[in-house]
Design a protein around this ligand. Structure first.
Ligand code: NAD
Ligand code: UGA
Length: 430
């Protein structure tokens, strides 16, 4: 099939590449020329494991091209995926102006039956708005369908998530569109759930809100564990083995960040408020998430006392491992507060330092964890990168001014680290 993907960000680029891997011919469009120029030269604008190889392979096979020309891409396509950003407005509501702009563009270009698929995360009812927008701009009587096909990939494991999903959700209003979408995903050996458009839209917000709730829940449990001397990792293990609960997303830490959970939670709360339903459960989820970062700062102070003038080494800046994405990373709040209180911050992240430089000023960026630790009053861990698991802690201890590790991601065995002579604090554990 010939497919156009509009928006070559995390979702568009991964989806477009994976759709070409499934054998489709894909034209990936973005309005940012610099991004497309880089892609044309084989430079991948985001860090996502496995993406570069897959792009190169499919470009070579002639199934994947990049352009800034929506017109050309849509003209030859039978399916168009909208993958543009839907950022939060100041009040938390999703900003749908990019989605509307693309719908308007498509309407002006389309010349025969077209399936327009929304993959961006949007409020319930957006499919209907896309339909209306296309009708307004496109006055000829050409038949088209609007489909909701939410994306569930995670950054850092995006390729695998796309190619081996737990399920594919397709929200359609016609059998014709359903048949087209089933053909798009035919080669994926995945369970496909076909619903109406509105249900598909709600599934996406419901999933992200549920996962965020699970994280806040375990973080609340972690706080109870700290107050009682229990161990949250043991509690999570005991809970997770109950298949009704499941092991995943029960890692206590600094709370959820990233471009999605915080944004989608706010959007879903606003949607509910506008519908006249007070989704107070989700408001509490946000509150617990904020508190988790404040409690971490409190923990640092309990050990280093005054922050002013102290050197703090930070390991990990990205909102989670295996990505360079800094959007809503807990590091932003935590480092921000440390700097506000007068700390001297040194930091290291395996891939996110370039992006971090656009956010933090006055930080000393280091080449590795050891350079970061040198001369510091404490080392704090904000992202659980695999390489931090195998650090030479003896060396770290020698380099630190005072052997203190405050671990926001529960990376080490408390007993072992303390035996080595560290003062060690983590989340929800003795
Ligand atoms: P992004 O900001 O990385 O990418 C969006 C891209 O769309 C940008 O490159 C932008 O230049 C481009 N764009 C905007 N308007 C355009 C236009 N008119 N024509 C061409 N290109 C245009 O965003 P993202 O992280 O890929 O997210 C996209 C959507 O997918 C959001 O709704 C998000 O919530 C959802 N989503 C994201 C993830 C994720 O892991 N990042 C996962 C699932 C769903
Ligand atoms: C999340 C969802 O997992 C995807 O299914 C969804 O498609 C995506 O949002 C989206 O809608 O954009 P992502 O934000 O990439 O994916 O990353 P996650 O792995 O879900 O992690 C989100 C945040 O939760 C991170 O800050 C992570 O550190 C935190 N987290 C995750 C925990 O604190 N504990 C956990 O047990 C799991």
């Amino acid at each position: 099939m010939k497919i156009a993907v509009i928006g070559a960000g995390y979702v568009g680029l991964v989806s477009g590449t994976c759709l070409s891997e499934l054998g489709h011919t894909v034209n990936c469009v973005d309005q940012v020329k610099e991004k497309i120029n880089k892609l044309k030269k084989g430079i991948i604008p985001i860090y996502e494991p496995g993406l570069e190889d897959l792009i190169k392979k499919n470009v070579k096979k002639g199934r994947l091209i990049f352009s800034t020309n929506t017109k050309e891409a849509v003209k030859g396509a039978s399916v168009v995926f909208i993958c543009v950003n839907t950022p939060p407005k100041p009040g938390g509501e999703a900003d749908l102006t990019y989605v509307e702009a693309v719908a308007g563009e498509i309407a002006k270009i389309m010349s025969g039956y077209l399936v327009i698929v929304d993959k961006s995360t949007v409020p319930v009812g957006t499919g209907e708005w896309i339909r209306r927008t296309i009708k307004n701009y496109h006055r000829k009587n050409i038949d088209f369908d609007v489909v909701s096909n939410p994306e569930f990939l995670r950054e850092g494991s995006a390729i695998n998530d796309f190619l081996k999903p737990d399920r594919v959700v397709i929200g359609v209003e016609s059998k014709r569109a359903e048949a087209v979408m089933l053909e798009v995903y035919r080669k994926l050996k995945a369970r496909v759930i076909v619903t109406d458009v509105k249900s598909a839209e709600i599934i996406k917000h419901a999933c992200n809100s549920f996962l965020a709730t699970k994280i806040s829940y375990i973080n609340a449990i972690a706080n109870i564990c700290e107050l009682t001397g229990a161990d949250v990792s043991e509690v999570a293990r005991g809970m997770g083995l109950d298949e009704r609960i499941g092991k995943k997303f029960l890692k206590a830490g600094l709370g959820f960040g990233g471009s999605c959970f915080p944004k989608d939670l706010s959007a879903f709360i606003t949607i509910s408020d506008n519908l006249g339903y007070d989704f107070s459960l989700l408001k509490e989820v946000q509150k617990i998430n904020r508190l988790q970062r404040e409690l971490f700062i409190k923990k640092i102070k309990e050990i280093v006392w005054n922050i002013k003038g102290k050197s703090i080494g930070v390991l990990g800046l990205a909102f989670k491992p295996d990505t360079d994405d800094m959007r809503n990373a807990p590091s932003i709040d935590i480092i921000g507060q440390l700097q506000k209180e007068g700390a001297l911050v040194k930091a290291y992240d395996p891939v996110a330092m370039e992006k971090a430089k656009e956010i933090f000023k006055g930080i000393k960026y280091c080449k590795n964890p050891y350079e970061t630790a040198r001369g510091c009053d404490a080392l704090i861990i904000l992202t659980e990168w695999e390489e931090f698991k195998s650090l030479d802690l003896k060396r770290i201890k020698k380099l630190l001014k005072i052997p203190v590790i405050i671990d926001g991601r529960n990376m080490y065995e408390p007993e072992k680290v303390r035996k080595m002579g560290f003062t060690y604090k983590s989340i929800g554990r003795k």
